[in-house]
Design a protein around this ligand. Structure first.
Ligand SMILES: CC(C)(COP(=O)(O)OP(=O)(O)OC[C@H]1O[C@@H](n2cnc3c(N)ncnc32)[C@H](O)[C@@H]1OP(=O)(O)O)[C@@H](O)C(=O)NCCC(=O)NCCS
Length: 192
């Protein structure tokens, strides 16, 4: 079945994944556990199981339908059976006069340094600004996460502040650099 959202870039397909992709999701997160855990909040119990991911992916579809989130997974373009290469999650949707969401992302540890995340976000952002009609995308990162900071700078995200004790990661609330990208050609919000 054709996924509901399928954004293609030169090398990648960004897909709103179906529950049948749960085994590939588990493989990605299990293989990248040590790579991702330093930068992300603690994992809920059951996170590395297929049943947890099947439910998470079902919820992802419902959240998209309800205009609450867009949780994408990255695959090689033109390879439907490709392993999961990474994730790009747009969450915290706020409509009304704000029209904002937040973005978080991860890439397989062995695929870093090839411009794949920059390429993925360059594909996803026009969809989020254009098709979904958002005006602002926020992104926060740990000050020590220089790779993530470089991705955001390349894409034009601007540092807006520094939040002390912002997010619970690695056993403590950690400071974050707060950045955002705004859509210069945004239309007036629908329904206002
Ligand atoms: C953050 C993360 C996605 C960045 O991955 P990345 O590979 O550095 O980012 P990109 O895929 O955009 O690649 C950019 C790098 O590839 C290089 N590159 C090589 N070929 C390239 C190409 N064809 N096009 C663009 N860049 C290319 C760039 O020079 C750049 O290297 P630099 O940052 O040393 O200058 C990755 O490190 C990750 O998954 N980290 C763990 C999770 C995480 O931190 N998430 C974010 C939490 S805020």
């Amino acid at each position: 079945m054709q996924p509901r959202v399928n954004i293609e870039t030169k090398r990648l397909a960004l897909v709103l994944p179906s529950p049948s992709m749960a085994p590939r999701a588990v493989a990605f997160f299990a293989q990248n556990r040590a790579h991702l855990e330093p930068w992300e909040p603690p994992r809920p119990s059951g996170y590395y199981t297929e049943s947890w991911w099947r439910e998470r992916l079902e919820r992802g579809l419902r959240e998209f339908e309800a205009d609450l989130s867009l949780r994408l997974m990255l695959f090689w373009r033109g390879q439907p059976e490709s392993p999961v290469l990474g994730t790009v999650n747009f969450t915290s949707f706020v409509r009304g006069a704000l029209q904002a969401c937040s973005v978080g992302y991860s890439l397989d540890r062995n695929l870093q340094g090839q411009g794949l995340m920059t390429e993925a976000l360059r594909g996803a952002i026009p969809y989020v600004f254009g098709d979904l009609g958002f005006h602002r995308i926020s992104a926060g990162y740990l000050p020590t996460n220089e790779r993530s900071g470089r991705v955001l700078r390349r894409l034009g995200f601007v540092v807006e502040g520094f939040a002390r004790d912002y997010l619970y990661i690695g056993g403590a609330f950690r400071d974050h650099v707060l950045t955002a990208l705004t859509n210069p050609s945004a239309m007036a919000p629908r329904g206002l």
